[in-house]
Design a protein around this ligand. Structure first.
Ligand code: 3H9
Length: 697
């Protein structure tokens, strides 16, 4: 008998227990163990009903993703599930935690399903570029109907046990926490009532009801909008439709074909890389697993602007009290009003109750006095990018904060060590770089200074988890990982416009690649004044930052979306960028002033210049140890800048394109355009020489 799946009997119930931490994924050992245990249960004459239950934190959370890409070992999951469905005695699945993907498919192969009220079920394969490939697309519609099955399978969203019960996916939901006891009691009821095996594949009501309905066409039209550029959601739709047009086993065959198409798609590879990269990023290289983590029970935030307010919401959302500090009462009032408006908007959309809005607001205490920070565990400074002001603030924090408080800056570019030098406790100073809008964007780029202690590094990574962000720890340099690469892309995008491209042409190339918005639409969202201030700071510091037409926009008060005019113009209440003739004229005048004759620029050149300059910079970032691994860079870009997860992140994307061809192009731009940014990174040259990839590092 397999060690990960065991069989034993409890009275008249034959219990099949899966124990394969951390999430009972359906590895080869689990699949063959399930088959063996099932056979044992069938042969056990005293077992009237069989029960499938899991040890640990969850029911089976899916196929074992780590086995993807390796040769498949028999038995395959679809045949294991068919075998369960064909069992001679009723089989009950008892679900706790999350029954996901292949896990839910196993449960659908069982004849009855009971779950704890806290459980969730879902078919999230689409998020990995796949579709449920073990009967999920054929069985779920037979229980939940076309509409709900399509929603669940094309979005991958989970459904709570209560809703799953109402949809017919589950047969019973019980309170409590002991899944084995709940499962045994339910299985006993089935045995006592003498209920027969009930095969989901033989249920026809919902199939007959939705046959020929227009739901598939509606979904297809919706996906053209919502799933632009994605492969798997459309295949999911085709597979579910097959459940309505084909007999069950032909539908299974069709599902298999479509599953294999998804398996072979580069999007699947990108999404699975992104899945593991997100989890790996939380394990900081060189930081011992048992590094102590400080308790963060209260937070002070300096600055109630867009950033500070958004950051405050993150903490209030998870019940951590915040003191929000401003210098002037009206700025404080304005900041709080914006936070309230954001919460009220969520309430209007039904995402929060009014009571929750009030609870969260009550967790945010306004303040005008630094002394109020004397007992907080963490302070995050979120004022604008000015080193002198930040140093003044940190010196003040050093005076008022208790020993052991973590002093963090939300700076997006400035030197953490210089900020830390204003205090007597550089070991407690760290960067915590949130991304705009801070209450929405998932990334938290934590920046270690040269003296930041391990305990502080571990704590800020832990804080990221607590506030449901994806934390990445990076080194200290201008712009860290994200903005340092963005800065190169931005400069290149600006140069392309100087040379003859339009902002909308540049942006379209980037959105065609899969970014949700282009470089210039993003500048408008962040505020043109942000980049302008940074350039001005650098000029003041004596750096040679060339003049730009975007400086002129800022000087004219065209600050982006907030003034309804930036690189684009915006209609009242709309975020849709509209190309603006005035800006075209301003750009034309700038070119003339600079003596530039515009030329035709191809989309391919835009793609290569915007992306390869980032890759080359990414290689330098790795070389310098600012990022520990290429996956850290990928995570920064996916969660902070909307880089399409299905391309796996910029460094993974580069590996797919081939580093040799990227290096050739970088060298060509170095020869023709010049500039430090096009100087090939030594690491890139080395990897090409050795025939290796970023992912091999
Ligand atoms: C599928 O089922 C295909 C079938 O339809 C057809 C087949 C023919 N495999 O997220 P966490 C690891 S596709 C292997 O930090 P949480 C994860 O890497 C699959 N490993 O915990 C991590 O490892 P480590 C459909 C997996 O509590 C550890 O478990 N299923 C898998 O925040 C803990 O994970 C999915 O897409 C896996 N399937 O969240 C579900 N899942 O400790 C994907 C997790 O070494 N998983 N690991 O870093 C999830 O959504 C979350 O992991 C879950 C737990 C909600 C389960």
């Amino acid at each position: 008998m397999s060690e990960v799946v065991t069989y034993n009997r409890d009275g008249s119930i034959g219990v099949i227990t899966v124990n394969y931490p951390p999430v009972n994924a359906l590895s080869h050992a689990v699949r063959s163990g399930l088959l063996a245990a099932l056979e044992q249960g069938e042969q056990d004459a005293d077992a009237k009903v069989l029960l499938v239950v899991c040890e640990g934190r969850t029911f089976i959370a899916g196929a074992d993703i780590r086995e993807f890409g390796k040769p498949m070992q028999e038995p395959g999951l679809p045949s294991v599930i068919n075998r369960i469905e064909d069992a001679s005695k009723p089989v009950v699945a008892a679900i706790h935690g999350t029954a996901l993907g292949g896990g839910l498919e196993v449960a659908l192969g069982c004849h009855y399903r009971v779950a704890l009220a806290s459980a969730k079920v879902g078919l999230p394969e689409v998020k990995l570029g796949l579709l449920p490939g073990a009967g999920g697309t054929q069985r779920l519609p037979r229980l939940a109907g076309a509409q709900k099955a399509l929603e669940m399978i094309t979005t991958g969203d989970f459904v709570a046990a209560g809703e799953a019960l109402a949809l017919g996916i589950l047969d019973a939901v019980e309170d409590g926490s002991d899944i084995r006891a709940v499962g045994l009691a339910f299985a006993q009821q089935i045995a006592d009532a003498g209920k027969p095996v009930r095969k989901v594949r033989e249920l026809t009501d919902k199939i007959d009801a939705d046959k020929g309905s227009d739901v598939f066409e509606r979904f297809r039209a919706g996906l053209q909008q919502k799933a632009r550029g994605l492969f798997a959601p459309f295949k999911c739709l085709d597979a579910v439709e097959a459940a309505f047009n084909l007999p069950f086993f032909d539908g299974l065959k069709r599902e298999r074909e479509l599953f294999m198409e998804c398996m072979a798609s580069p999007q699947r590879a990108g999404l699975i890389h992104a899945f593991f990269a997100e989890r790996e990023a939380s394990k900081v290289k060189g930081l011992a697993k048992d590094t102590p983590v400080r308790d963060v029970r209260s937070v002070g935030i300096i600055g109630a602007g867009t950033m500070g307010g958004g950051i405050a919401m993150n903490f209030a959302n998870v019940g951590i009290p915040v003191i929000l500090l401003e210098v002037k009462q009206d700025a404080l009032d304005k900041g709080l009003a914006i936070i309230r408006r954001n919460y009220e908007n969520s309430a209007k959309k039904g995402k929060l109750t009014q009571a929750q809005v009030e609870e969260r607001m009550a967790l945010i205490t306004p303040s005008l006095a630094y002394e109020d920070f004397s007992q907080v565990d963490l302070v995050i400074e979120a004022v604008f990018e000015n080193m002198a002001i930040k140093k003044e603030i940190f010196a003040r924090l050093d005076e008022v904060c208790k020993p052991g408080a973590i002093l963090a800056s939300n700076t997006s570019t400035l030197d953490i060590d210089e900020i830390a030098s204003a205090t007597t406790r550089p070991q407690d100073v760290v960067g915590m770089h949130f991304f705009s809008p801070a209450n929405v964007m998932k990334l938290l780029e934590n920046v270690r200074g040269s003296q930041t202690s391990d305990e502080v590094k571990a704590t800020v990574m832990d804080v990221a988890k607590k506030i449901r962000k994806v934390g990445v720890l990076v080194g200290n340099c201008y712009g860290f990982v994200g903005n340092r690469m963005l800065h190169q892309r931005g400069a290149e995008a600006m140069a392309l416009v100087n040379e003859g491209a339009t902002p909308q042409q540049v942006d379209k190339v980037l959105t065609d690649l899969g970014y949700p918005m282009g470089q210039f639409a993003m500048s408008d969202l962040a505020g043109i004044d942000v980049g302008y201030r940074i350039r001005e700071e650098r000029r003041k510091a004596g750096e040679n930052v060339p003049a730009s037409w975007m400086d002129k926009l800022a000087e004219q008060g065209r600050l982006g979306q907030k003034t309804q005019a930036g690189v684009y113009k915006y209609e009242e209440g709309s975020r849709k960028p509209i190309p603006d003739l005035e800006v075209e004229q301003l750009i034309a005048a700038f070119r003339q002033e600079q003596g530039i004759t515009p030329r035709e620029i191809t989309d391919q050149e835009i793609l290569e210049r915007c992306m390869y300059v980032m890759i080359n910079e990414g290689a330098k970032i790795l070389e310098e140890g600012i990022a520990d691994r290429s996956l850290d860079i990928d995570v920064v870009w996916i969660f902070g800048y909307g880089f399409p997860a299905y391309r796996g992140g910029p460094m993974f994307w580069a590996d797919q394109i081939g580093l040799a061809s990227i290096l050739d192009t970088v060298k060509r731009f170095h020869d023709t355009l010049g500039g430090e940014q096009w100087k090939p990174a030594a690491l890139l040259e080395q990897l090409v020489r050795e025939g290796r990839k970023f992912g091999d590092l």
